[in-house]
Design a protein around this ligand. Structure first.
Ligand SMILES: NC(=O)c1ccc[n+]([C@@H]2O[C@H](COP(=O)([O-])OP(=O)(O)OC[C@H]3O[C@@H](n4cnc5c(N)ncnc54)[C@H](OP(=O)(O)O)[C@@H]3O)[C@@H](O)[C@H]2O)c1
Length: 368
């Protein structure tokens, strides 16, 4: 199978090296804005890839929305399979991409877009084909997990650790998407869309990040045998889903509490299979490129149009479900309340107006 590779950055470079070990795959042409001297044909003109009848598969690793969106659409319309690691573009254009893949009889896969090196989406897609997935949840952002783990281990403040995460290459120069939970929310949307054959709007999911977390919050949890994690969670309901992203407190003995550094841990719950969890490197050139390669090998082996061929239905987010336990920290006081997620996020928005540093946390185990 001949590949047109778009991008030669962290993931593109690792992917190129991995393909050289695969007899069934060849990178025929690389789209790059500057010469790389890699040994295959190099071009700055995408037409040399999309109009090449010998190229069967386009691997998009340039990131961002534009021109990635236009390149993916053009490839699918030209009846070329597409593999991408780009959560931003797949999340924004999920319905259109899945429809184009199905209409043109080609495959679209994006396993590296959620969970980096963990084969999460491909495993979720496999389970969604044979069982009814009822919920997905987990630690889906390595940057925030690194900061929270180090705050816990070293009693260090958020601001210094954010700078450290940037120096280590875990956090972007503009860390907003990571620390405010938007990156985890995009991965949750992709997971929920696939798990529930749904189309969920990113902005409908309430989201609280970790930027307001203090050393005092860490100490408060430690005294109670609890550990902070940023959790993204979605659950199937009748004609809707409940979903949110929120700092969450786990007993120290749970797998979530023991997932440290930039690692991810994500779980699915299905009616007959029960709970399955996946953990590993959520980012990094080699792990991410391995998942991209895995998608290419699936396609070379004859995978179907998308992970699941079930029709996709738009689903609203409705968080008016059974009351859960929530922790509010406002003006230095911690209060536990039992209410629906909808009420908790609404109350938190009001609390924030009075105390912009206030924090909301989910207590899945209640107060221990
Ligand atoms: N890095 C990870 O750990 C990780 C994990 C999971 C998913 N991903 C996803 O993987 C994708 C790639 O990430 P990355 O970390 O490899 O990014 P990166 O290191 O910034 O590499 C992007 C590459 O794409 C090239 N590029 C950008 N726009 C282009 C255009 N219009 N035409 C041609 N080339 C273009 C850049 O070229 P220049 O060098 O000329 O700028 C660069 O070589 C993103 O969607 C990201 O979200 C990454």
């Amino acid at each position: 199978m001949q590949i047109g590779l778009l991008g030669y950055g962290t993931v593109g470079k690792a992917f190129y090296a991995l393909v050289e070990e695969q007899p069934a795959l060849t990178v025929k042409t690389l789209l790059t804005r500057r010469p790389r001297g890699v040994g295959c044909r190099e071009t700055a003109d995408y037409n040399h890839i999309v109009n090449d009848p010998e190229i069967d598969l386009v691997v998009e690793l340039i990131g961002g929305i534009h021109p990635a969106y236009e390149y993916i659409c053009a490839a699918l319309k030209a009846k070329k399979h597409v593999v991408t690691a780009n959560k931003a573009v797949v999340c924004a254009y999920y319905e259109e991409f899945v429809r184009l893949a199905q209409e043109n009889g080609v495959c679209l896969r994006c396993t590296a877009a959620a969970g980096g090196g963990i084969p999460w989406l491909s495993s979720l897609g496999r389970v969604a084909q044979m069982d009814k997935v009822t919920a997905v949840e987990g630690i889906l952002n390595g940057t925030t997990n690194y900061i929270l783990s180090e705050m816990t281990a070293r009693n260090a403040a958020y601001d210094g650790l954010l700078k450290e995460a940037q120096q280590l290459g875990y956090a972007e120069a503009d860390p907003t998407d990571d620390v405010e939970g938007y990156d985890a929310r995009r991965k949750l949307v992709l997971s929920a869309d696939l798990a529930f054959s749904a189309l969920v709007q990113e902005q409908d999911i309430p989201c609280v990040g970790i930027s307001r977390m203090t050393v005092g919050d860490i100490a408060w949890a430690r005294e109670r045998g609890l550990v902070w994690k940023l959790i993204a969670r979605a659950e199937r309901k009748e004609g809707a889903i409940s979903a949110f992203v929120c700092p969450t407190l786990f007993p120290a003995s749970t797998p979530e509490s023991q997932t440290n550094g930039s690692a991810n841990l994500v779980s699915l719950y299905a009616e007959r299979i029960g709970k399955q969890s996946f953990s590993g490197a959520g980012a990094g050139g080699w792990p991410t490129a391995s998942n991209v390669l895995g998608d290419c090998l699936q396609i070379a082996g004859g995978a179907s149009a998308f992970y699941s061929d079930k029709p996709v239905t738009p689903l609203p987010v409705n968080n008016q479900d059974a009351p859960k336990s929530w922790l509010f920290r406002s003006f230095g006081r911690y209060t536990v309340r039992q209410e629906t997620a909808a009420d908790a996020f609404e109350a938190y928005a009001a609390v924030l107006e009075a105390d912009p540093g206030a924090l909301l946390a989910y207590l899945p185990y209640g107060m221990l």
